[in-house]
Design a protein around this ligand. Structure first.
Ligand code: ZN
Length: 329
C-alpha cells in the first residue's frame, strides 16, 4: 500500500515525511487487492454495542463508540495508524488535536512503543490534557486558535513523522471500521447522522460503506457557530466562526472540506447545523436515559430530533454514533 495524491496521482511511500503532495493535493490510501493492516498492538478494542432505543417517538440505534478504550471513536483510526507506524519502524511522531484524537493517538503510540508529541491549543479542557499526559505523551501547548496548533505541528513534521488524524489516510482506514460493525449488527442502515469537524468519522463511514457496496444517507451535523461544511454544501458565504460547546467539531477550515461535501452529496444526504441550546437539551435527554456523552456527541441526537419533527418516515434504520465519553469534559 502507498499514498497517492488525490489531485495529480503522484505516489508517496507510507513511511515518508511528506503528509501532502508537492502540488498541494491531499493523500488517499492506495491498496493492492484486499491489503489490510495487521493489528497486533491492541488496547482491547471490541465491537461497540448498537443500542436500539426510542427517542422523540422514533426508533434509532445508538452506536456506543464512547465506550472505546480511550473514550472516543478515534481509537478506530489510532489502532490502525499506530500498528502500521510500528510495522514501518517509526519511533517518534507529532500530532495536533484539541482533545480526543490527541488522547487516542497518545495511547496507541505508547502501546506500540512510539514516542508522541501532541500539539494542543492553549484552551484544551483540563480533563483531556490530563488524559494525554497520563499516556506519557509530550504535550506542547500552542497559544491562539486551534489552527496555530496545526501550524506548529506541521513545522515539527518537517523532521518528525506526522501521525495526523486529518492528513494521514491510515487514520481513515481505521475509522471505516464503524461501517463494517454496523453492517454486521443490523445490515445497511438507511440514514446515519455524523458529527462533522475534520471529517474523520464522516469520511471513514463513507469509505467503509462504499467498500461494502451500499452508501446510506450521510447527514453531517455541525454547530451553527462553526459550520464550514454547511456553507460549502449549500454554497453560502463562509460565516465567521464563534465558540460552541461542541468543541470537538469546531474546526473552522477543515483540510478535507471538498471531500466531505462530495461524500455527503454522493450519499444523497444533507448537512444540518445545531444551536448550543439544542445540543444541551439533547445531552440532557441522553443523560436521563443513562447515557453520558460529551456535548459534541449530542449534536447527532439534536439533529435527529429536528429530522423526526419534520415528519420523516421513522420506520427507517437510523444510526446515531455517540462518539465521545462525557467523563472527558
Ligand atoms: Zn499532487
Amino acid at each position: 500500500m502507498h499514498f497517492s495524491c488525490e489531485r495529480c496521482g503522484k505516489s508517496y511511500p507510507l513511511k515518508g515525511l511528506a503528509y501532502k503532495c508537492d502540488c498541494g493535493g491531499l493523500f488517499t490510501l492506495r491498496k493492492i487487492g484486499k491489503e489490510k493492516v495487521d493489528l497486533p498492538v491492541s488496547l482491547g478494542e471490541a465491537t461497540t454495542p448498537l443500542l436500539k432505543k426510542e427517542i422523540y417517538g422514533a426508533r434509532v440505534y445508538f452506536k456506543m463508540d464512547h465506550m472505546m478504550p480511550t473514550g472516543s471513536f478515534k481509537d478506530r483510526g489510532s489502532v490502525v495508524l499506530a500498528n502500521m507506524l510500528k510495522e514501518l519502524g517509526i519511533e517518534e511522531v507529532v500530532e495536533d488535536s484539541s482533545g480526543n484524537a490527541g488522547a487516542s493517538i497518545a495511547a496507541y503510540c505508547s502501546a506500540a512503543g512510539i514516542k508522541s508529541h501532541i500539539y494542543v491549543p492553549e484552551g484544551t479542557p483540563q480533563a483531556k490534557l490530563k488524559q494525554i499526559a497520563a499516556y506519557g505523551a509530550d504535550i506542547v501547548k500552542v497559544p491562539g486558535p486551534r489552527e496555530n496548533a496545526s501550524k506548529a505541528a506541521q513545522e515539527a513534521a518537517k523532521k518528525t513523522y506526522y501521525a495526523s488524524h486529518v492528513y494521514n489516510p491510515l487514520f481513515f482506514e481505521g475509522t471505516k471500521s464503524m461501517a463494517y460493525e454496523i453492517y454486521v449488527q443490523i445490515g445497511f442502515p438507511d440514514i446515519i447522522f455524523v458529527p462533522a469537524g475534520n471529517g474523520s468519522l464522516l469520511l471513514g463511514a463513507y469509505i467503509g460503506f462504499k467498500e461494502l457496496g451500499f452508501l446510506p444517507r450521510l447527514i453531517a451535523v455541525q454547530s451553527e457557530n462553526c459550520c464550514p461544511l454547511y456553507s460549502k454544501f449549500y454554497d453560502l458565504p463562509a460565516a465567521e466562526p464563534k465558540p460552541t460547546i461542541a468543541e470537538g467539531i469546531a474546526i473552522a477550515e477543515p483540510p478535507r472540506l471538498d471531500e466531505m461535501a462530495a461524500a455527503v452529496r454522493e450519499s444523497g444526504g444533507s448537512v444540518m447545523t445545531i444551536s448550543d441550546d439544542e445540543i444541551r437539551a439533547a445531552g440532557e435527554m441522553l443523560g436521563h436515559m443513562g447515557i453520558y456523552v460529551e456535548d459534541t456527541s449530542a449534536v447527532v441526537v439534536a439533529a435527529a430530533r429536528r429530522h423526526f419533527k419534520s415528519g420523516i418516515n421513522n420506520m427507517r434504520k437510523v444510526v446515531l454514533p455517540l462518539t465521545g465519553s462525557g467523563l472527558k469534559q
